[in-house]
Ligand binder design. Structure first.
Ligand code: SF4
Ligand code: SF4
Length: 185
């Protein structure tokens, strides 16, 4: 049963655009070597692609790799096979979320969701409100970062009240249109 699930997940990735490009990976490791977040990741991009090709797909989706990707595109610029690594990270993130495999007590998806709510409301992120929103589900994380927040506050680097951009409503309409387009595709 497990093997069947793995095979289905593997096919879903390798038959998708951009996932099919994983088949052309030559495992050179340039992506992992150039990734600024590789040390914090459970596996670098190279290793994740090897796992997917090897059929260890659930483990790849349950790792923090895609969630720690900050979309800097460094790996894509360097990849000799021109594999759209960053785009594949988006795909893995979505699949991890859809299958309930996101690691770390769902912290990263919850942070992403809180971030999106801020952008929809104000057009930008207020760090204080972001942490308050995220802290509803993960209060211990917020408590742990309180000393740093107090220091930032004292230096005027943290604002308690949100500051709205002038075109917040237009941005909200754009995000809504993009969401509708994605749901329709
Ligand atoms: S740089 Fe490209 S070819 Fe090399 S391991 Fe990474 S994805 Fe594969
Ligand atoms: S795009 Fe993501 S995976 Fe690629 S180098 Fe940047 S952080 Fe690493």
């Amino acid at each position: 049963m497990k093997a069947e699930t793995e095979a289905k997940l593997q096919a879903e990735i390798l038959e998708s655009e951009p996932g099919r490009a994983i088949l052309t990976c030559i495992q050179c490791g340039t992506c992992s070597g150039s990734c600024p977040l590789a040390e914090a990741m459970d596996h670098g991009p190279r290793a994740v692609f090897a796992m997917i090709r090897d059929g260890q797909v659930e483990a790849a989706l349950a790792s923090n790799t895609a969630w720690y990707c900050v979309s800097c595109y460094q790996c894509m610029v360097q990849c000799p096979q021109q594999i759209p690594i960053t785009d594949i990270m988006y795909l893995l993130k979505q699949m991890s979320l859809d299958r309930g495999l996101a690691p770390g007590d769902n912290k990263m998806p919850d942070l992403y969701a809180a971030f999106e709510r801020q952008v929809r409301l104000f057009g930008k992120v207020s760090e204080a409100l972001l942490m308050a929103d995220y802290g509803l589900k993960h209060p211990l994380d917020v408590m742990a970062s309180t000393p740093a927040a107090v220091k930032l506050l004292a230096r005027g680097r943290l604002h308690l009240l949100p500051r709205k951009i002038a075109a917040a409503q237009r941005l909200r309409a754009l995000l809504e249109a993009a969401g509708q387009k994605e749901r329709a595709s």
